[in-house]
Design a protein around this ligand. Structure first.
Ligand code: BGC
Length: 826
């Protein structure tokens, strides 16, 4: 049953008592026979559950998440607003803004007929090598829990469910389907479970997604203890537990382990197999009923079950997606260094450099991908605001030296034919990528009739020279460019273990053609389908890939340095690629790909006013950082990133972000670098000491500490007063322009009687003030900040004693201290 009201971010959330809902759920459940119940739990297709008209149940539709709502189609035909990466959202340190993001996503979900958003991702930044680091919030469980709570409240304000994922300890990608993560009880509770607990108790999510991996020997889709005893019994979770896609492997283990839905359907371990297990006496039907009850309750909440009111009957005000994407982007940008270069003084000329300045990387790869109807690159953003003639552009260095999905300059469509060559239908293509998952096929096309898909259209080069073309995917391909056949053969499966790697993985170059700038050429990639090379996921998955002329890298860098020399300010945009940060694999280093480090060094040598914009979802090494005038981390900034960048560079707005994760100077210094299991096991040997908790114990200094970030004004910390609930902090803006400050509170035990980190984040709040003005904020200090998980007692316990409370701008830049004495648990 829902609790009546909870407070978060200053607003009261009301949730109806749920009693009529429970009665409707029971009534519906009572009429269903075993086969129907188990069919419901098995899923209908890639993204939905079967409808059961006999009880007024509409098909429940799910979609990824977390930075947009893709909908059931993986194509640009049905565009979605693309918000900045979750790392960027966390960098705002603003749960209320996360809540507004959630409301927009609910609006998007409703527009696309989606009831359940497969988000947020609240695994931790245990290691910077984690491939999906960009998709999670922070290394800190408290910050993760606060941002996640805001997000979930926002989505559910709009009557759409969330599935908080991936429960739990899916903090890296290597062997994620099988790895056994060995985590001791204290770090499991105090770090990895903590955000889930905070969100479950603070936002009452209507869903959770269990992870692929095992935890302490048991796979998460069958983890009776963590799901039934902890999540449900201890925390009071009453939502649906859905498997990660294809994760459920054992009928009895899964249903008894508390897994309600096995997705994608219908060929899962539920359905007929579950009905048979009940009939054979292996599984109690009451256990099946428990799962069905959870699904029906979810349906009732989102308005998909007739006879009861949905949880939300009055929708929030409509949200302007473009405006919000731009606001979150600039609020998430973290200015880590500024030697007076920013904001740019009016009238200055600018040399904009870097491949990502023109072809921005606005979002991370994998299941989190959506297709926005426009993206604003840094070049677009600056062109719109700088006077004519003030801006020059040069590529300088390309982060990628392998072909990428056919984007700029291509106009393509996919033509579907049957065995006789008759056209069945056509689909549009974002960047030459055919990603038709499940039954998501162009109109008029079915899997039974579909024999071949041809990606066809034109390419108009932006530059003259040798253009490379290639393929990504498995099976037979014929690739023709300008009438010349570049490839006619079969691509076999490599040794990829992860299905995502197989279809988001390595492209293969097939040949080159000399082309002339501005002169269009016909391209065709024909792909006959065959069973033997069927994709690892049900569907049709392959891409046409392309790489522009490879120019001499030294020449490109020299050209960029010359442009930098001729301008007042040089702005270099450096980036990672989809081959560095995506799903299904981890990173192997933190280096910027290609010659980008050399580019920055050459530009910095040519112009002392060099500003580097880092377009990456997670940390990269920046060996040149002390030699440039400013460094701005833009994360994956979403579709409006370039507009937000222009706002911030020219000073219309200040960058608002603070680091949600420690930024190492070198991978070698990072406390946790082990993400590859040994003999199937990954031991979280560092225990409680990840992120800043670990940096505080080493002699190595990171490039930038947790919580760090500069605005365009200066703050003085004037007063810190403790009260029984928390702390009141007064700060003053002593600069010359208005600003926003994220006031952070850290707790540091004095003479600690137990093994604990030196200090940890316990609260934070944002304030705004004009020049000369003071602002005061009250920050609650949660009791949990003074507790540890007592492994012997299996319970939380307060550690009595004296604690210093530090108030400041980052972990290492605290300005005021006060001492608080905590009494023990009675
Ligand atoms: C990912 C999930 C995602 C699901 C559906 C999985 O591979 O781990 O995060 O929600 O696919 O796309």
């Amino acid at each position: 049953m829902d609790t009546p009201a909870r407070r978060h971010g200053g607003t009261t959330v009301t949730d109806p008592t749920g009693i009529p809902r429970e009665a409707a759920v029971e009534a519906a459940l009572g009429t269903l026979d075993l086969d129907t119940k188990t069919r419901l739990l098995a899923g209908r297709d890639m993204w939905s559950l079967p409808a059961l008209p006999e009880i007024g149940l509409a098909p429940l539709v799910m979609s990824d998440g977390p930075i947009g709502v893709r909908g059931v189609r993986w194509t640009a035909d049905d565009p979605s607003v693309a918000l900045p990466s979750p790392t960027a959202l966390a960098a705002t340190w603003d749960p209320a803004l996360a809540r507004r993001a959630g409301r927009l996503l609910a609006q998007e979900a409703r527009r696309k007929g989606v009831h359940v958003l497969l988000a947020p991702t609240v695994n931790l930044h245990r290691s910077p090598l984690g491939g999906r680091h960009f998709e999670a919030y922070s290394e800190d469980p408290y910050l993760t829990g606060e941002i996640g709570t805001g997000y979930v409240l926002g989505v559910q304000d709009g009557g759409v469910a969330t599935t908080v994922k991936h429960f739990v300890a899916n903090d890296a990608e290597t062997d994620r389907f099988t790895v056994n993560n060995v985590v001791a009880p204290r770090p499991l509770r105090e770090l990895y479970l903590a955000p889930f607990e905070a969100i479950v108790t603070g936002a009452r999510p209507w869903g959770v997604m269990t992870a692929y991996n095992r935890v302490n020997g048991r796979t998460m889709t069958e983890h009776h203890h963590l799901v039934n005893e902890v999540l449900r019994a201890q925390w009071g979770f009453d939502g649906v537990n859905v498997s990660d896609w294809m994760a459920a492997r054992d009928t009895k283990g899964a249903i008894e382990g508390g897994l309600d839905l096995a997705m994608p359907g219908p060929g899962t371990v539920y359905g007929e197999a579950l009905a048979a297990a009940v009939r054979a006496g292996e599984v109690d039907e009451a256990v099946v009923d428990r799962a069905v009850r959870n699904v029906l309750r979810l349906a009732a909440r989102v308005g998909a079950l007739k006879g009861t009111e949905p949880a939300v009957t009055a929708l929030p005000e409509p949200v302007d997606g473009e405006a919000l994407a731009r606001e979150i982007a600039r609020r998430g940008f973290v200015l880590v260094r500024n030697e007076g270069a920013l904001p740019l003084a009016p009238g200055r000329t600018v040399a904009l450099l870097g491949a990502a300045a023109r072809d921005a990387r606005v979002l991370g790869g994998g299941s989190a991908q959506v297709f926005p109807d426009r993206t604003v690159s840094p070049l677009d953003g600056l062109t719109a605001v700088l006077p004519a003639g003030a801006l020059t552009y040069a590529v300088g260095a390309d982060p990628t030296d392998e072909p990428a999905p056919a984007g700029a300059g291509f106009t393509l469509r996919a033509v579907c034919r049957d065995a006789h060559g008759t056209v069945l239908g056509e689909g549009s293509l974002p960047s030459g990528q055919v990603q038709w998952i499940g039954d998501d096929l162009p109109e008029g096309v079915t899997h039974d009739t579909l024999h071949s898909v041809e990606v066809t259209g034109t390419f108009t080069p932006r530059e003259s020279g040798e253009h490379a073309f290639g393929t990504r995917g498995l099976g037979a391909f014929t690739l023709t460019v300008g009438g010349e056949t570049l490839y006619d053969g079969v691509q076999e499966m490599g040794d990829e273990a992860d299905p995502f790697e197989a279809f988001f993985g390595a492209p293969t170059e097939r040949g080159t053609v000399a082309l002339t700038e501005g002169v269009p050429v016909e391209v065709s990639l024909l792909h006959p389908l065959d069973r033997e090379h069927a994709a690892p996921l049900p569907g049709v998955l392959f891409s046409l890939v392309h790489l522009g002329p490879r120019r001499d890298p030294d020449e490109l860098i020299a050209e960029a340095a010359a442009a930098a020399r001729a301008a007042d300010t040089a702005i270099v945009v450096v980036a990672t690629t989809e081959r560095v940060e995506s799903e299904g694999f981890d990173r192997t280093d933190l280096k910027l790909p290609g010659r980008q480090d050399d580019l920055v060094r050459a530009v910095a040598a040519a112009n002392p006013n060099t500003v580097v914009v880092v377009n990456a979802g997670s940390p990269v090494e920046m060996p040149w950082r002390d030699d440039v005038a400013a460094v701005l981390l833009s994360w994956f900034p979403g579709q409006e990133g370039g507009a937000a960048l222009a706002d911030v560079l020219l000073g219309a707005e200040e960058p608002g972000g603070r680091l949600p994760t420690t930024w190492p100077a070198r991978l070698a210094d990072a406390p946790v670098t082990e993400v590859t299991p040994v003999d199937g096991e990954l031991h979280y040997r560092e225990g409680l000491f990840t992120g800043y908790r670990a940096w505080d114990r080493t002699s190595a200094a990171p490039a930038y500490p947790f919580g760090h970030g500069l605005g365009y004004t200066t703050w003085e910390y004037e007063a810190l007063e403790l009260s029984p609930e928390g702390a009141t902090v007064r700060v003053r803006n002593i600069g010359s322009r208005p600003g926003r400050e994220v006031v952070q509170l850290y707790v540091a035990p004095v003479d600690d009687p137990v093994e604990r980190p030196l200090r940890w984040l316990a609260g934070f709040a944002s304030v705004t003030a004009g020049p000369g003005e003071a602002a005061e904020t009250e920050i609650r200090l949660p009791r949990r900040a003074f507790e540890i998980w007592d492994e012997a007692a299996g319970a939380w316990t307060a550690v009595p004693g004296a604690y210093e409370i530090h108030a400041g701008r980052s972990l290492t830049d605290t300005r005021l201290r006060a001492v608080l004495t905590v009494a023990g648990t009675d």
